[in-house]
Design a protein around this ligand. Structure first.
Ligand code: NAD
Length: 514
């Protein structure tokens, strides 16, 4: 399948016979030597690309090249590294529409959300460029006369990035743009469901590399492979940091492998996000936030709203408003204007959604709306569904798990402490929100006895975070933090330095050794 935006990005030029390459950096473009892998678009099931996946031997060779590039890049001044990232950001701006079209093609996101994802990459570039002049350490008072103490932050090494299909560009950019200004090199294994997005990114990076001949060509590369390539990266001690985004099942495997060699892992895993709707909430505001958070990206965001915990006195009113809003959702081809809900990623995702709805009903849940496959006025071959709302008890087993599809569980509570308990009583801890006009409730929710999630919001939804904050969550969400705030420290090593500028050699803690 060749499309104009693929030509404009230079993606079509990659095709060799029937195959796209599986290893690409600024220096090399190589076909994979592993199993054949066909990709399809969730829009209509048509074939988008054919690969031969990379083999562990090919990964090994690319890792070597990334190690060699690191030796040069680490000594490039950080503000100069920032100039390279700035150029990438400029090119991403220039090709924003085409890049978004690749996201829509491969991940099925509606175009406005896909454009938002590319914007996130552009925003991270801006942030990283500023950061390239602010990678600062502390100076610390020494207890010894004639001494000075300070911290420096140095580049860490090649970073392995493993990512999920649902944010096929933004997650890479959080890691790569920060990692690059920090002086690291990046080897990226994207989801095998969204490899064209990764190659599209590499076309942008390669353009920047062509314009800047002093930048080592292997500082950024893509390797298209399956879970076994991710596993091999996790086990490889040449990667001091493995940043992995995806399911909790995958994160446990990566965490174990990296932990066994005492490396660092940065894990961004599944969520089970909740919103508390108090009797003091502005229900109309809450309604808008719920609908975007629950059905945006067809419920396939890590921060998608899965649970509404609503005060019993307003539950019925809220459910009626929600059902009405869900009835007017426009479901269909994500490339068409005015569509709000695109397809699920594949048939497996549809089957998982159906199984969860069956379980929910068996556990006493009542489906208020949705859950059916849509076949009219949508492209044939895609898996389109009506987003579902299920009224269910807070202690039903099904609400403990993340089902990566648009199912919203609604449950009621009696008092705010109970609502917070219900919210926190799941294995995951990514995103949370409260809707209330009551200051005491809002502050309690944000306090040490409030939400236990990495993200806790007041009067806004659970999804759509800004890049300036640190992003990530607790418990089975993995504990990692990426993007803004001081997340850059993950990509550097800290060196504590004590300098003696006096003529004596006093020992710390007053020890006399003579
Ligand atoms: P997934 O876990 O199936 O795959 C993610 C990546 O891990 C893919 O690249 C895959 O090839 C790789 N992988 C699989 N097994 C591996 C192993 N044993 N070792 C190393 N790598 C392995 O996830 P998915 O279906 O692509 O994405 C959906 C999941 O990702 C959801 O659970 C969602 O919540 C989560 N997610 C989390 C965040 C976050 O920031 N917390 C962001 C996006 C998605």
């Amino acid at each position: 399948m060749t499309m104009e935006f693929m030509d404009e990005l230079g993606l079509s030029a990659f095709i060799c016979g029937e195959y796209y390459p599986s290893i690409v950096s600024g220096a090399k473009t190589l076909l994979g030597q592993g199993a054949q892998h066909d990709c399809t678009s969730p829009i209509d099931g048509t074939k988008t690309a054919r690969f031969q996946l990379a083999t562990p031997e090919q990964l090994n060779a690319q890792t070597e090249r990334a190690c060699a590039a690191f030796k040069i890049w680490r000594n490039t001044p950080a503000p100069v590294r920032g100039q390279f990232v700035r150029r990438i950001g400029e090119l991403a701006r220039q090709y924003k529409t085409q890049l978004a079209q690749v996201i829509t093609l491969e991940a099925g996101k509606i175009l406005p959300e896909a454009l938002g994802e590319v914007q996130e990459w552009i925003d991270v570039c801006d942030f990283a460029v500023g950061l390239s002049r602010q990678l600062h350490g502390l100076t610390i008072a020494s207890e010894r006369p004639g001494h000075r103490m300070m911290e420096q932050w140095h580049p860490l090494g090649p970073v392995a990035v493993i990512s999920a299909y649902n944010f096929p560009m933004a997650v890479w950019s959080w890691n790569a743009m920060l990692g690059l200004v920090c002086g690291d090199t990046i080897v990226w294994k994207p989801s095998e469901k969204s490899p064209l997005c990764a190659l599209a990114i590499q076309t942008i990076v390669n353009r920047a590399l062509d314009e800047m001949p002093d930048v080592p060509k292997d500082i950024v590369s893509v390797i298209i492979g399956g879970g076994e390539i991710g596993k091999a990266m996790s086990q490889d001690q040449r990667y001091p940091l493995v940043s992995a985004t995806g399911s909790t099942r995958m994160g446990k495997s990566v965490g174990e492998a990296v932990g066994a060699r005492l490396g660092r892992s940065l894990l961004e895993l599944g969520g089970n996000n909740a919103m508390i709707i108090s009797e003091h909430a502005d229900l109309d505001l809450a309604l808008r936030a719920i609908v975007f958070a629950a059905v945006g990206t067809a419920g396939q965001r890590c921060t998608s709203l899965r649970r509404v915990i609503v005060h019993h006195s307003v539950k019925q009113a809220l459910c009626e408003k929600l059902v009405q809003a869900y009835q007017s959702l426009r479901i269909g081809d994500p490339r068409s204007e005015h569509i709000l809900v695109g397809p699920l990623i594949d048939e497996m995702s549809y089957a998982t959604m159906q199984a969860a709805l069956t379980d929910a009903k068996q556990q006493g849940g009542t489906v208020l709306i949705g859950g059916e496959r849509v076949t009219e006025k949508v492209p044939e071959g895609g898996f389109y569904v009506t987003p579902s709302i299920v009224d269910i008890a807070a202690n039903a087993a099904i609400v403990q798990q993340e089902t990566f599809a648009p199912i919203l569980y609604v449950m009621s509570y009696e008092n705010i402490e109970q609502a917070i308990d219900i919210q926190n009583d799941v294995p995951q801890g990514l995103s949370s929100a409260i809707f209330t006009e009551n200051l005491k409730e809002a502050e309690l929710f944000l306090s040490p006895s409030g939400s236990d999630c990495g993200l806790a919001n007041v009067n806004i939804g659970t999804s759509g975070a800004e890049i300036g904050g640190a992003f990530g969550g607790e418990k089975e969400t993995g504990g990692g933090r990426e993007s803004g705030s001081d997340a850059w420290k993950n990509y550097m090593r800290r060196s504590t330095n004590t300098i003696n500028y006096g003529g004596e050699l006093p020992l710390a803690q007053g020890i006399v050794f003579e």
